[in-house]
Design a protein around this ligand. Structure first.
Ligand SMILES: *Cc1c(COP(=O)(O)O)cnc(C)c1O
Length: 393
């Protein structure tokens, strides 16, 4: 008989030997700029709570209100008895927020990418995907069985060549992150719109890290570039800047009707619970209001300042131009050691390694919040400088 557990243990030992073994850390406070991890209070540079909304009184109150009125769970999938008035209210609000005909909720960004890509393309179709797209996009493409044409990161010439060479019939779908999740740089949205028009492709934009943070009222990077109307499939997550959970697709009524009928990750799962829906409505109020404008401006200024300070110290932050800042420390052992030193100084910023990023581009991923104080960030920069000096990296 095969020794299943023995084999698993061997694989785990290999991960440990190459500094790739992963473990969770336990956080005992809300995701604020300072968090309690065990007995230590740490500066949180690792979360995606970009606008500080995940512990915001407006969201919490809206969540409690919805919970009291509708209960803890829906106990139904959307096409059975899992669609409440609240689901419809949230979808209408999100469609209005994006200025699109319709919107459709999903349990998470991961579920949305898995289901949407699978619904839109199949065996005889083509997907053109940026090499650094999020893992959930990669998995959605695999599930769809469409033919994958991967283009080099943000390389429009490469993408155009692939589009030009794809002459067989079949749907063409171009997919990209708007703000790349591990590099913090921006997709060339206007140019992608041009290419999709020239070659008759659909364009899907994953705004996970742009949603709430960029554009007028926080509509995302495409809105910031005044290209939102040309995005066929806008995917926004409600789990990051929104501080809630879930995701949505906004687009034409036809698209949304199609997904409601064809998308397996929409159909075959229990719908989002009332408390989450309430918090999403609360988040929309803050994000689309003047408080949202102020938070976005703060986050933008702090991000620019931080990138500039780290560059002055000689760190590469790649092409980051957002609240996600990669600090390159190549080598597994180096990056883990650097992260440990940060932790000893009360800073939580995690090392990112293979397979999340390519070998030799290991990095510390810093993500900022609008609610970090300048004092917090100055402290962080000083510690980066000290560790760099001590470790000679
Ligand atoms: C985080 C992320 C997702 C997944 O969203 P969840 O709501 O966390 O499941 C999808 N796409 C990108 C680009 C992301 O960064």
């Amino acid at each position: 008989m095969t020794d299943f557990y023995g084999e698993m243990q061997k694989e785990l030992d290999i991960l440990k030997a190459s500094s790739l073994f992963r473990q969770t850390i336990t956080v005992e406070t809300p995701p604020e700029p300072w968090i309690a991890v065990g007995s230590q209070t740490m500066l949180n540079l690792a979360g995606n709570n970009y606008l500080g909304l995940a512990n915001h009184p407006v969201l919490k109150e809206a969540a409690v209100h919805a919970l009291q009125k509708y209960g803890t769970g829906t106990a139904g999938s959307r096409l059975v008895v899992g669609t409440s008035a609240l689901h419809e209210e949230v979808e209408e609000a999100l469609a209005r927020f994006q200025g699109r005909e319709s919107a459709l909720l999903f349990s998470s960004g991961y579920c949305a990418n898995l289901g949407v890509i699978q619904a839109l393309v199949g065996r005889n179709d083509y997907v053109f995907s940026d090499k650094l797209n999020h893992a959930s996009i990669v998995d959605g493409i695999i599930l769809s069985r469409a033919k994958l044409k991967r283009y080099r990161h943000k390389d429009l010439d490469h993408l155009e060549k692939l589009l030009k060479n794809t002459t067989a019939p079949g749907r063409k779908l171009i997919i990209t992150d708007s703000i790349f999740s591990m590099d913090g740089d921006r997709a060339p949205i206007k140019e992608l719109v041009e290419l999709k028009q020239r070659y008759g492709a659909m364009l899907m934009l994953d705004e996970a890290h742009g949603e709430g943070v960029f554009g007028p009222k926080g509509r995302g990077l495409a809105a910031h570039e005044m290209a939102a109307e040309h995005i066929d499939i806008h995917l926004g997550t409600l789990s990051k800047a929104f501080g809630c959970l879930g995701a949505y697709v906004a687009g034409s009524k036809t698209l949304v009707d199609y997904l409601r009928n064809k998308c397996r990750s929409f159909i075959y799962t229990t719908s989002l619970p009332p408390a989450v829906l309430g918090s999403i409505l609360g988040a929309l109020k803050v994000i689309a209001g003047t408080a949202g404008d102020r938070l976005r401006r703060d986050l933008r200024n702090k991000s620019k300042w931080m990138i500039n300070e780290l560059n002055k110290l000689g760190f590469s932050t790649l092409d980051s131009d957002s609240q996600i800042i990669p600090i390159l420390i190549p080598g597994n052992d180096n990056v883990i050691n650097f992260s440990k030193k940060l932790r000893q100084r009360g800073i939580l910023a995690l090392p990112i390694r293979v397979p999340t990023v390519p070998k030799n581009s290991e990095r510390i991923r810093v993500s900022l919040m609008a609610t970090h104080s300048m004092q917090d960030l100055t402290y962080a920069v000083e510690q980066f400088a000290n560790i760099k000096r001590e470790e000679r990296v």
